[in-house]
Ligand binder design. Structure first.
Ligand SMILES: C[C@@H](N)C(=O)N[C@H](C)C(=O)O
Ligand SMILES: [Zn+2]
Length: 219
């Protein structure tokens, strides 16, 4: 898998041709998806995604073997929250690596959190998710979701070799179902997939992104 970070200038160079598709709450609709409350917010913004992204997740779930289901943890992320995540992690890296240049800090931070101006979650195009079995138990994916590269010794990277064989197999099931449905994996995080954003467009050879930063009605 090509290891392009979110801060790569090729991502920012992709134009956005906003198609205006609405955000929808993935907990409702014809096939409600499972969503847990780890990243919940009072308005339920975290459970929203662009309609086509939701539809393709439903299609991916249909392809899962043996009663497995998707468990969505975080979809839409308002720009202010993305900025908080990025700044907090940047501060951490700066204090842990006082000799790094600003660019080194930015590139390392961008492996784990997208710079706000790119932010696929703030476009409603990206989702952090995992797999559960028929009883709702999470499968072993080798690390907790949102484990950092530093804290997991790189085991959060999709192709990590320092995880058990069963976790590698579980990651492959998740990635195959989602990529078959047109979503783009992010090589630095086994749980992050997107469709329609600039990263997706770059990696899939599309001329433009379908979705730019958006807000929810009334916000
Ligand atoms: C912070 C993590 N859950 C995440 O979503 N990272 C990606 C790269 C992002 O911020 O878009
Ligand atoms: Zn994500």
């Amino acid at each position: 898998m090509s290891m392009i970070v979110m801060s790569d200038p090729r991502v920012a160079a992709i134009p956005v041709r906003e198609c205006g598709e609405p955000l929808v709450d993935v907990r409702t609709g014809p096939v409600p998806l499972l969503v847990d409350d780890r990243r919940s917010d009072p308005d339920g913004a975290f459970a929203n995604l662009r309609e086509r992204v939701r539809d393709q997740l439903v299609a991916a779930q249909d392809r899962l073997p043996g009663g497995l289901r998707l468990l969505v943890v975080e979809g839409y992320r308002p720009l202010e929250l993305q900025t908080q995540y990025f700044e907090r992690y940047t501060r951490r890296l700066r204090s842990e690596h006082p000799r790094w240049t600003g660019q080194q800090v930015r590139d390392a931070a961008s492996r784990y959190v997208s710079p706000p101006e790119i932010a696929p979650h703030s476009a409603g195009a990206a989702v952090d998710l995992t797999l559960v079995d028929a009883d709702g138990r999470e499968l072993d994916m080798g690390t907790a979701m949102n484990a950092t590269p530093e804290d997991s010794d790189g085991a959060c990277f999709a192709d990590a070799t320092n995880i058990p064989a069963a976790a590698k197999a579980n990651r492959a099931v998740l990635t195959t179902a989602l990529t078959d449905a047109g979503l783009q994996p992010y090589p630095f995080e086994w749980w992050h997939f997107s469709l329609g954003d600039r990263y997706w467009a770059l990696m899939q050879g599309r001329p433009a992104a379908l979705y730019g930063p958006t807000t929810r009605p009334g916000n």
